[in-house]
Every structure is written in C-alpha cells, then in structure tokens.
Design a protein around this ligand. Structure first.
Ligand code: NDP
Ligand SMILES: O=C(O)C1=N[C@H](C(=O)O)C[C@H](O)C1
Length: 258
C-alpha cells in the first residue's frame, strides 16, 4: 500500500487526483494540504475521516510516502523542499518552476538521499508527443510549438511546451535556421527557447493541447495531442505514484517511471 499526500487538493487537478487515489485499493490518501482553508475537518471536504487535512506547511505531520503536488508555480518549490526534507518522494505536476529552483531541488534530493519526479505532463498522448518530437528533430531541426490551454492557466508557456522544446533541442543534430523576420508587433514570433519558438494560446473551451510543427525542404510534419478532460492525466499519475522505486534520483518526465 502506497500512502499519498495531495497538495493543492481543492483545485481542478487535486480534486481528481484525490478521487483516483481513494478508488485505488493499492493507494491510500492519508493527508491533503492547501494553505487557504477555513477548517481542517476532512468531512468538510468530502474526504475519508482518517485523512488528515493541513492548511499550514509547518504543521504537516504524516506517514505519507509520496507528495503529489498540483498547486501553484510559487507554492510548488517550497512544497517540494518540505517533502524532500521530510522523507517523502515529491511527484510534482505543477508547472512554472524556474530552472534555478529545479537545480536546487535536484541538489537537495541528492543531499537527503531522496527521490523525486517532475512531470511536465501526465497525459500519455503528451508523453508520446514529446518522444516523437525528439525523434523528428534529428531530421527536422526547424520546429515551432503551439500550446493551447484553458483561460485560467496561470503560467505561459506551459511546462509541457518548455519540456518539448528541450527535447527538440536534445534530438537535433544541427541548430534550427534563424529567420531574419522583423516583428512589426512585438511578440509576434512567440517565445524563443534556443531557436524553438513557442506560441501560447489561452481561450475558454480549451483544456490542454499542443502542436509541434516541423518544416523541411518542400515538406512539413505536424504532431498534435489533445487532453479534452483532466481525467486524461490520472492514468499517468497513477503509474508515477506506483513506480517511484524506478527513479534513480530526482528526475524529469513520466518516461522515467514507465
Ligand atoms: N503535469 C500535468 O500533467 C498537469 C499539470 N497541471 C498543473 O498543475 C497545477 C495546478 O493546476 P489546476 O489544478 O488546474 O489549478 P487550480 O488553480 O485549479 O488549483 C490549484 C490549487 O492549489 C491551491 N494552492 C495555492 N497555493 C498553494 C500552495 N502553496 N500549496 C498547495 N496548494 C496551493 C489552490 O488553493 P486556493 O485556490 O485556495 O489558492 C488551488 O486549490 C498548475 O501548475 C498546472 O499547470 C495541470 C494539469 C496537468
Ligand atoms: O495548466 C494546465 O491545465 C496544464 N498544465 C501543464 C503544463 O503546463 O504543461 C500540463 C498540461 O498541459 C495541463
């Protein structure tokens, strides 16, 4: 039985994560955390009576093995440090942490001899898209990413888009071509990650979608994935929680536990 704490349990992802954990006989939801709660009574949130509810990081005392985080870009870093310091394996779904924060977490995991996992996207379609994009980049070094998300998303570009750009850079054998376009409206060419341009769309009606466009001599390749429902992330999350022993240390990407 793997014991789990869910951080950000009242959000869109946290709510679904709690349900998934509660219905899996191999997992136990032992604690939840969110800072702005008025009460800490499990019944108020429809949680099992023996599930501990915390609204202060410093108060958390739990025997959880895994800390699942779906909070905010600012909260996730402090939460992950807390988990590592308290012998829990953080499985971080939250996007928007800086490179420096990730490096600090990697160092802390090494010092505390604890494993950890950042998962830019738990959706298997997105995990495969990133793998395919890395493969394609060997033959098509010129690539651009369009990510499309719901209007409530706090960060841009998405964690998935940044990770896709990193995988394209890792898969390329030559640099992409630099086109001398003049932006007559600033930002028209999107963000630039080592020559991979990223365009972030925010619209009502969307959930989470990504297209990678590769251009070559007289041909093009487009790879697309769609998450139409947040339920699409639960299978990958379930796999991550149950396979943390496969981790070698602090790693990035669901592929490390597949
Ligand atoms: N890796 C993946 O596959 C996926 C990742 N995500 C990412 O997960 C994160 C959460 O997304 P989503 O559920 O849609 O967002 P929501 O805004 O719906 O939920 C976030 C929740 O976190 C709570 N919260 C705020 N601060 C903290 C903190 N310091 N510690 C713990 N909880 C906190 C919020 O409470 P309050 O409202 O009271 O402030 C809120 O309930 C985002 O970064 C998103 O990009 C989303 C989908 C898939
Ligand atoms: O905020 C979201 O919704 C999502 N966030 C993650 C990201 O930033 O990539 C994963 C997925 O795209 C959904």
């Amino acid at each position: 039985m793997t014991k789990v704490l869910v951080s950000g349990f009242r959000g869109s992802m946290g709510t679904q994560a709690c349900k998934m954990i509660e219905t899996d006989p191999e997992l136990e939801l032992v604690a939840v955390y969110s800072p702005n709660l008025k009460t800490t009574d499990a019944a108020d949130y429809g949680l099992p009576t023996d599930c501990k509810v915390f609204n202060q990081l410093a108060d958390i005392q739990t025997d959880a093995d895994v800390w699942v985080d779906f909070s905010t870009p600012t909260g996730a870093f402090e939460n992950a440090k807390f988990a590592l310091d308290h012998n829990m394996v953080p499985v971080i779904g939250t996007s928007g942490m800086t490179e420096a924060q990730v490096v600090e977490l990697e160092k802390l995991a090494e010092q505390t001899n604890t494993k950890g996992l950042i998962v830019p996207n738990f959706g298997l379609s997105a995990v495969l898209l990133m793998q395919f994009a890395k493969q394609a980049a060997k033959y098509f070094p010129d690539a651009e990413i369009i990510e499309m998300h719901h209007a409530d998303k706090k960060d841009a570009p998405s964690g998935t888009a940044i990770n896709t750009a990193k995988m394209i850079v890792a898969g390329r054998e030559s640099k992409g071509t630099e086109y001398p376009t003049v932006e007559t409206l600033p930002g028209a060419r999107g963000a630039d990650y080592e020559g991979v341009h990223i365009h972030a769309v925010r619209l009502p009606g969307y959930v989470a979608h990504e297209e990678v466009l590769f251009g070559g001599q007289g041909e093009a390749l487009t790879i697309r994935q769609d998450s139409f429902d947040r339920a699409s992330f639960m299978h990958g999350l379930n796999i991550a929680i149950k396979n943390i022993q496969k981790l070698n240390g602090f790693e990035i990407g669901l592929e490390n536990v597949l």
